[in-house]
Structure formats: structure tokens, C-alpha cells
Design a protein around this ligand. Structure first.
Ligand SMILES: [Cu+2]
Length: 293
């Protein structure tokens, strides 16, 4: 059978389609071009709080978006401040600069080059930080299985005061009532595919962890030791192999988990108050590693 050459109009059409496909692919790969700073009331049990989040759309979901970037590359992001007050944007990456986000406007913000790891971006003004506008930047992760845990602690009164413009006394005793992983407390953490580490036996995965709260946190892993692969606060800890991982205030780090045994294993905060909701156990910062056969 003789193969006929592809007519030239068809060949050029195929090239256009291929080009359009590549364009679509590359724009899909460069995610999180814009984030919206949104403030809303939110609820934990019977308590009402005020919250500020970096959302992927102007709609409130209550969850701070993750920003993924290539490693060692300067990039940018457009931040749309839908609030009626100005905010200040910062990161915990080296050589970061603060940027003012004027109320009701969009700002193109430069993100510094970061090595492979996990970093925090956040509002550093008082209202923005107390209301929890604070998320994660993951750099240099492409083919790896990657989970993330944004840890925070919440005092409802502080959030209401900050939203009302009342100055916060950071020296006053701090007794938070809620403790969250990705802005959810246990048992809701089990519904979050980023918080619940569901993997297969023998898998290697990574967990990016950031402490956005106002106190230090310590996580205890049952069933596994994890290996520290990045830390913004304590780079000398890279290589540590531990079942207990401290995450200091403001720190972000990444650990590697090798799922060498099947089963369900809890990961919980080692501080008793941090595994409660409004004083009731169990709650707060508890999630699960689920290793399937
Ligand atoms: Cu334990």
C-alpha cells in the first residue's frame, strides 16, 4: 500500500493545533498567576472568627492557596487586595522584600528565587497576620508526591479585635481556642487530601509544613521517622531522621516519608492544648498517614 503525503494545509493545521496545545499546557503548568486577598467571617464550632485568606478566585473558601514555582528562579504574582485596608506582603525566603498591597487594587509582586523547599508568604501587617492571610510557596517540586500542612492557632477574640481595628497586645497571655492544619481542625483534616497522607506501600512522598501561627508547634509521627529535607529556620537540621518534628513560629520545612509499612497512623501535635477544639479533645492538629497495600 502506498502512503500518500499529508497535504500541506493539513500539516500546517496540525502545527497550529500542536502550538495551541503547547500554549495551553504551559499556561496550565504556570499555575497561581493571581491571588485574591479576601476577608470574611468564619466559624469553628460555636465560635465566630474573622479571617483573611489568599484565595485562587474572589470567592471565599477559607483556605490559603499554595504557590508552586520552579527552583532558583525569580517570578511574580498578581495580588488583588479586595479589603478596605492596605496590607503588607512578605515571605520568609532569603532576599525577600516587603510590598504594600493597597486596598481595592491589584499589585504585581516580585517573588525571589528560592532553592527547592517550602516557604511561607504572608501578610505582615498586624490585621493581616492576626486574621491569617498566610500560605505556602513550594519550589522545585515537579514529579514528587507532595502533601502540605499549613499549621496555625487561633484566638477568636483577637481576630475580631484585629478586624475592628483594635490594636492587639502581643504581650498579653495567649490561649488560642483552635488549632488547624490547612485552616481545618480535626476531624475535618481527614477530608483534606493535602492533609491526609494517603499513599501506597513503598511510596516515597514529601510533606511541606509551615507554622503560620503565634506559637511553636511540635508534630509527632506514629509509625514512621521522617527525614528533614529543607528548613528555613534550621538548615543544619537537614538530614535529621526523627519521629518528632518541631516547627518554630514562622518556620517552614519539608520532610520525606518512606511508606515502609501498611496501616493508619496518626500525626498529632505533641502539645495537649493543640489537639483540642475549644478545649475539647480530640481536635485541632491531628491528621493521618494512610498506607495502602
Ligand atoms: Cu504521638
Amino acid at each position: 500500500m502506498k502512503l500518500r503525503p499529508i497535504p500541506s494545509y493539513l500539516a500546517s493545521m496540525m502545527r497550529i493545533l500542536l502550538f495551541a496545545g503547547l500554549l495551553f499546557y504551559s499556561s496550565a503548568a504556570v499555575a497561581q498567576d493571581s491571588l485574591w486577598v479576601v476577608t470574611e467571617a468564619w466559624f469553628q464550632g460555636e465560635d465566630s472568627l474573622m479571617g483573611t485568606r489568599f484565595e485562587l478566585t474572589p470567592e471565599w473558601t477559607g483556605h490559603n492557596a499554595v504557590i508552586d514555582r520552579a527552583e532558583d528562579q525569580i517570578s511574580s504574582i498578581v495580588l488583588i487586595n479586595t479589603d478596605t485596608v492596605d496590607h503588607v506582603f512578605s515571605t520568609n525566603a532569603p532576599e525577600t522584600e516587603d510590598t504594600i498591597l493597597e486596598a481595592g487594587t491589584s499589585t504585581n509582586v516580585a517573588l525571589p528565587a528560592m532553592p527547592q523547599g517550602s516557604f511561607r508568604y504572608f501578610l505582615s501587617d498586624e490585621r493581616g497576620k492576626v486574621l491569617g492571610g498566610s500560605g505556602m510557596i513550594r519550589t522545585g517540586w515537579t514529579d514528587e508526591t507532595l502533601f502540605y500542612w499549613n499549621l496555625s492557632d487561633w484566638d477568636p477574640i483577637r481576630t475580631l479585635d484585629a478586624a475592628a481595628g483594635i490594636p492587639i497586645d502581643f504581650d498579653a497571655p495567649y490561649v488560642p481556642r483552635f488549632f488547624t492544619v490547612n485552616e481545618e481542625s480535626y476531624p475535618s483534616t481527614a477530608d483534606d487530601p493535602n492533609a491526609l497522607v494517603a499513599v501506597s506501600l513503598g511510596d516515597t512522598s514529601f510533606i511541606a509544613i509551615a507554622n503560620h501561627g503565634f506559637m511553636d508547634h511540635v508534630l509527632h509521627f506514629h509509625g514512621f521517622h521522617v527525614i528533614m529535607v529543607s528548613s528555613t529556620g534550621y538548615p543544619e537540621r537537614v538530614g535529621w531522621n526523627k519521629d518528632t518534628v518541631p516547627i518554630r513560629r514562622g518556620e517552614s520545612l519539608t520532610v520525606r516519608l518512606i511508606a515502609y509499612q501498611e496501616g493508619m497512623y496518626p500525626v498529632h501535635n505533641h502539645n495537649l492544648i493543640a489537639v483540642t477544639n475549644a478545649g475539647f479533645y480530640p481536635g485541632g492538629m491531628i491528621t493521618t498517614i494512610h498506607v495502602m497495600p
